[in-house]
Design a protein around this ligand. Structure first.
Ligand code: HEM
Length: 271
């Protein structure tokens, strides 16, 4: 019994003293952003194509896009930890990485503030920066509370994404839907689950009075001016009232540490 207790004490002490990881690969833009916010950016050796913020993140090697990562790309970075959004995949690739002895820590990435706070705690713990994690959570909580006091006009809004050459609208169970809700906006696609392609006719029939495109999707469609004149969009109240806007992809397609900024931008645009 005493030997057993001694081994346990040695194990616990060893775990507590283990050095924090030094070669971290992050998969998912908000995971990367949180790592920098925790002051742990120096531990990153690579990230993925959705890691667009902060600017330092865009200067690191990329291992692909977090939703379809290649095994070799990650292995070649010799990571001692992969911090992966739980939307990262394919799952079998992440499992193979684990099987090859690469520690993979999956972190919560559901469309809610609670998931954001959980994600920050998980990342902070993995990087042995739990105190900073608590500070970051407290700071975001108060920024969100502050943003929620901003006066606005409730609008019927639509979030559009274009990654594949055609527009898709965000329904429920998406981060975009949750961000709209936090800003007091109604999602015109609340009856739909997830992202689905949307036609010009469908768009006109929904008659949203505010349309938000992710910035990259606006660019992929030739810029906001062209988007406003697009079939379907030009017929909406949103276009008529000058409320077709573009927003940073990380702010509108996910819930990350700048969520209060997202709420603020949406509320100001909806006025
Ligand atoms: C959270 C914020 C997000 C950011 C910053 C982001 C960023 C990106 C970037 C940079 C690419 C290009 C990848 C490449 O060039 O290899 C991409 C591709 C793509 N994204 Fe996202 N994305 C986000 C969320 C989403 C969401 C919510 C969806 C919808 C389910 C989505 C669906 C796609 C698809 C279908 C592609 C094309 C995938 C491919 O070609 O393999 N993304 N995204």
């Amino acid at each position: 019994m005493r030997n057993w207790l001694l081994s346990l004490a040695v194990f616990v002490a060893g775990a507590a003293c283990a050095a924090p990881p030094e070669r971290v690969v992050s998969l998912g833009g908000s995971v990367t952003e949180i790592i920098y916010d925790l002051g742990q950016g120096h531990r990153l050796v690579a990230n993925d194509a959705s890691s667009l913020y902060p600017p330092e993140a865009t200067r690191l090697p990329r291992v692909g896009y977090y939703r379809s990562v290649p095994l070799e790309g990650i292995l070649s970075m010799a990571p001692d930890l992969v911090l992966a959004s739980d939307n990262a995949g394919p799952v079998n690739i992440l499992e193979r990485l684990s099987g090859l002895g690469v520690p993979v820590r999956s972190v919560s990435d559901a469309p809610s503030l609670d998931s954001l706070y959980l994600r920050i705690g998980q990342i902070a713990e993995a990087l042995q920066a739990s105190d900073k994690g608590h500070e970051l959570i407290d700071a975001i909580r108060s920024e969100v509370a502050q943003a929620q006091t901003i006066e606005t006009t409730p609008r019927r809004a639509l979030v559009l994404l274009d990654r594949t050459g055609s527009l898709m609208g965000a329904g429920q169970d998406t981060a975009a839907n949750a961000v709209l809700g936090l800003a007091g906006l109604e999602n015109v696609l609340e009856q739909q689950v997830g992202y689905k392609p949307i036609s010009a006719e469908g768009l006109a029939a929904l008659a949203p009075d505010m349309i938000i495109l992710s910035s990259a999707s606006a660019e992929a469609n030739g810029g906001l001016e062209l988007v406003r004149r697009k079939a379907g969009i030009s017929a909406t109240p949103a276009a008529g009232q000058g409320r077709v806007i573009a927003m940073d992809d990380l702010l509108i397609l996910g819930i990350g540490p700048r969520v209060a900024q997202a709420i603020q931008q949406l509320k100001n645009a909806a006025r």
